[in-house]
Ligand binder design. Structure first.
Ligand code: NAD
Ligand code: ZN
Length: 342
């Protein structure tokens, strides 16, 4: 597992990291938003021969077409195998930049500076890299670890509130699957800048402990998918329309539905189901789902790549803080779970 630095000053820690690595040149990848808001925080650190490259932001650009532009820029800059690649951005940029670095000349070293709450608590750990392909999320990719991850909560100051809320869903998930006390310590009503740093630290510890026990998702790592089978279906269904949901908003709906399944199929108590539901409704409000949405969402669920064979396998809670994987769920039960949310 790569080293993770929890930084109070990104510029100081990046300087220290770079001084400890021998490299020929450094290629810095940003998107148009992180170029404006995050790059200035660390810009003075880079040597004069550094190469800066910026892409358009957003999931819709997490494609091979964008990778080809990045690889072309790397080639034009004549990066050799001793070059260093630095990602400054959210999960889209980190997944794609890490992938580009891993493929170029059979792999050059890369460093991640995640700048969204979601990428700091989730995408920064675990070595999954890649891009979307033909409408399928993360369809092309590799497992590979960055040299170092520098997690600096100072970047979050410019992150839009909606994006903060999206990342919060993964923090809440970490409590639900592994740590009841953590879940119960969370504030679902209000938060300020200083609220995040300790949560990021604890969430990364939780994700790291799960990933270290099962790096390639043979078993235990599947608990990180709690809320994601139904959540991804909502995310994909609403992707291009006016009701577009961010990842965290979609998995919040997914976690309520899957908490209901946990109550029905495992021992999750009604009291805990209500506790979970109240938490998510406080943070995200109620997302309107119409009767006509049900069939297509169910279809997207059945296509979820994490399903083995024909059986739908879910990770469900037996209580808050305790998650079990490989629980078979029928199509009818999924439908009832979505009805429950509705
Ligand atoms: P993102 O990278 O699209 O960032 C969200 C938005 O915030 C973008 O518009 C970005 O330009 C902007 N932004 C980023 N940092 C900013 C800052 N500090 N100030 C102002 N604006 C800023 O999205 P995300 O939510 O970070 O990540 C989602 C992606 O992460 C998905 O593609 C998902 O598949 C991936 N992901 C990967 C893993 C993994 O294990 N590899 C885990 C979870 C999610
Ligand atoms: Zn997620």
């Amino acid at each position: 597992m790569n080293s993770i630095i929890f930084s109070e000053n990104a510029s100081v820690d990046l300087t220290a990291v770079l001084s400890g690595i021998k490299y020929s040149s450094i290629f810095i990848l940003t998107d148009e938003n992180t170029k404006e808001h995050c790059l200035p925080i660390v810009e003075e650190v880079f040597p004069s021969n550094s190469i800066f490259y910026s892409i358009d932001p957003g999931e819709k650009n997490k494609t091979i077409a964008t990778c080809m532009k990045i690889w072309a820029a790397m080639t034009e800059a004549q990066l050799d195998r001793k070059a260093l690649f630095l990602n400054i951005g959210g999960g889209v940029l980190g997944d794609m930049g890490g992938f580009c670095a891993s493929i170029y000349k059979r792999g050059i070293r890369f460093i991640n500076m995640p700048t969204t709450l979601l990428s700091q608590v989730d995408a920064s750990v675990g070595g999954k890299l890649g891009v979307d392909f033909e409408g399928l999320k993360n369809h092309l990719g590799v497992f590979n670890e960055p040299e170092t991850v520098i997690v600096a909560s100072q970047f979050l100051k410019t992150l839009p509130e909606k994006e903060i809320r999206s990342g919060y869903a993964e923090i809440i998930k970490h409590g639900l699957i592994r740590d009841k006390q953590y879940f119960e310590s969370l504030d679902f009503d209000h938060w300020q800048d200083s609220y995040w740093a300790p949560l990021i630290h604890h969430s990364v510890e939780i994700k790291k402990s799960v990933v270290e026990a099962d790096p390639k998702e043979a078993g235990l790592r599947k608990i990180l998918n709690f809320g994601h089978t139904i959540g991804h279906a909502f995310e994909t269904y609403f992707l291009d329309g006016p009701r577009h949901l961010l990842h965290g908003e979609a998995i919040a709906v997914g976690m309520i539905c899957e908490a209901w399944l946990s109550h029905k199929k495992l021992d999750l108590s009604m009291a805990e189901l209500k506790q979970i539901q109240d938490a998510f409704l406080k943070v995200y409000g109620k997302i309107e789902i119409q009767e006509s949405d049900l069939a297509p969402v169910l279809d997207f669920c059945l296509q979820d790549k994490k399903n083995e064979g024909k059986e739908l396998m879910f990770s469900l809670l037996s209580s808050i803080g305790d998650c079990t994987y490989n629980i078979p769920v029928t199509r009818q039960e999924i439908l009832e779970a979505i009805h429950y949310y509705q």
